[in-house]
Design a protein. Structure first.
Length: 484
């Protein structure tokens, strides 16, 4: 990985880079990858001296796996992780029953990724950082952004203990306590989901198998303990809930003590404590996702309970939504007004996912179809144009996720992969050059998921325009500089 030296940063009023990304978590790294493959000059700044070392966010939903497919990392993500194990409930040192965390789902041609996939956050970041470096991108460590100023032509990030970096646009992906968001004066509105603190730690442990997620329910004055094997590693993730107002001892001995007190294991069975933290589950949504040339994404924009695995997934998809829009504007193919659609599209989705996370945490809904995020779409977006007169109830509409499948021996996800738009002509005529030479066209007959028609698929895998005939297609494509 390339690491930028401080002396190379801050060369006056001219931009040092096109896009400055604050935070090298999954959100910032995913955005860096998406921009790098578009040829956008972007720099990721990270306040710490290394990538985040813990497992905190560890589950990817099917829609995010589709994003990783497009970004070129899904094979590495698959190799690094595994499926979620069946929960095993313990009482008095005996196994008393199984607990299935997620409702089952079968893969289909339309949705090849059918279940949550576990990869600890530290490993995900390594994979994304390696992909970023492969594409020529950079991460600069020990670069803490403490303030931002902006004008009509760019944004200046102010660093601690000194120095500045200037860019045309800045994206704050610096977490729930985002310094950039606070510097912009953007508030967050939310609630405490659970006032009880929770300890989370990555440990090495003896005496438990790796085939189950081990659950020790509350009882005899003790709170919940869960010990989950982290796929692709030798580690377990310990999660321990504490009563409201309790002090949480995050020392190695504190972790060992809570495991011994709440299970049949001894303190010495915890042979190594590799990372530990504590948190109080809450749900909060930023009042705005944009201020001028600055955008906020990921935990900086929305903070979730970990229940249901929605926070990390929503964050990666923020980056995926913003990346193609920044690329189009910076290349000059689309007007700057396109960037207004980022908040328009993503803030309502984040609000919906926050409600889902909270409902799962409180046991009001199961981890089922909604948590897979395959139903997320943008039908009401200003970027969406559905021009067909009659559409079947279950057929794909403009604004919907573009499903996978095969059309004339072409796998659609293979056709979509890359930073381009794609035109599907399914049982409908699409003249050559209808949307310009840079847009590949896949032709075939009616498709089970789509039906018939013309479908212009956005770079982030959603149908932007749909019609029975090409009428209006050229005008729509021209909004994004796609015309021939």
């Amino acid at each position: 990985m390339n690491v930028t030296d401080t002396h190379a940063l801050g060369r006056g009023d001219a931009p040092d880079t096109d896009v400055l990304i604050v935070g090298a978590g999954p959100t910032g790294l995913a955005l860096g990858v998406d921009l790098a493959r578009r040829g956008v000059d972007a720099l990721v700044l990270e306040a710490a001296g290394e990538l985040f070392p813990g497992s905190r966010g560890k589950g990817f939903q099917p829609r995010t796996m589709e994003v990783f497919d497009d970004l070129g990392v899904v094979d590495a993500i698959h190799a690094a992780g595994g499926t979620y194990p069946v929960g095993m409930v313990w009482k008095n040192g005996e196994r008393v029953g199984e607990h299935h965390m997620f409702d089952p789902a079968e893969p289909s041609e339309d949705s090849p990724y059918n279940r949550a996939w576990m990869v600890p956050q530290w490993r995900t970041q390594e994979i994304l950082a390696a992909r970023l470096a492969e594409l020529g991108g950079e991460v600069a460590f020990h670069r803490e952004v403490v303030g931002v100023t902006q004008d009509e032509s760019g944004v200046t990030a102010h660093l601690a203990p000194g120095g500045t970096v200037r860019a045309r646009y800045l994206v704050a992906a610096d977490g729930g306590r985002s310094a950039v968001r606070r510097a912009l004066g953007i508030g967050m509105t939310g609630e405490t989901v659970d006032p009880s603190p929770t300890l989370v730690a990555d440990v090495r442990i003896n005496g438990l198998d790796r085939d189950n997620w081990h659950v020790f329910p509350p009882g005899d004055g003790a709170e919940l303990l869960a010990v989950c094997p982290l796929a692709g590693t030798e580690d377990f993730q310990v999660m321990a809930r504490f009563p409201e107002g309790a002090h949480v001892d995050t020392s190695a001995d504190g972790v060992r003590k809570v495991v011994a007190e709440r299970s049949h294991l001894a303190a010495e069975d915890v042979t190594e404590v590799r990372w530990v933290s504590d948190f109080r589950p809450r749900a909060a949504l930023a009042d705005r996702f944009r201020a001028g040339r600055v955008f906020i994404a990921g935990d900086a924009a929305h903070v979730h309970s970990p229940a249901g695995g929605q926070g990390l997934n929503t964050s990666v998809q923020d980056a995926y939504n913003l990346g193609w829009k920044l690329g189009a504007v910076l290349s000059g193919s689309a007007p700057a007004a396109l960037l207004d659609s980022y908040e328009e599209e993503r803030r309502p989705i984040a609000a919906r996912m926050l409600n889902l996370s909270t409902a799962v945490h409180r046991g009001e809904v199961r981890r089922g179809g909604a948590t897979r995020q395959l139903g997320i779409g943008y039908r009401d977006s200003s970027l969406t144009a559905e021009t067909r007169g009659a559409v079947g109830e279950d057929a794909v509409r403009a604004g919907d996720r573009a499903p996978d499948g095969r059309v004339a021996d072409v796998r659609l996800f293979d056709a979509f992969r890359g930073p381009h738009w794609t035109l599907l002509a399914l049982g409908a005529d699409a003249p050559d050059g209808a949307v310009g030479p840079a847009v590949p066209v896949v032709r075939g007959g009616a498709h089970g998921a789509y039906g018939t028609g013309l479908f212009l698929v956005r770079p982030d895998g959603y149908v932007g325009w749909a019609g029975d005939t090409p009428e209006g297609l050229g005008e729509y494509a021209g909004r994004f500089g796609l015309g021939g």
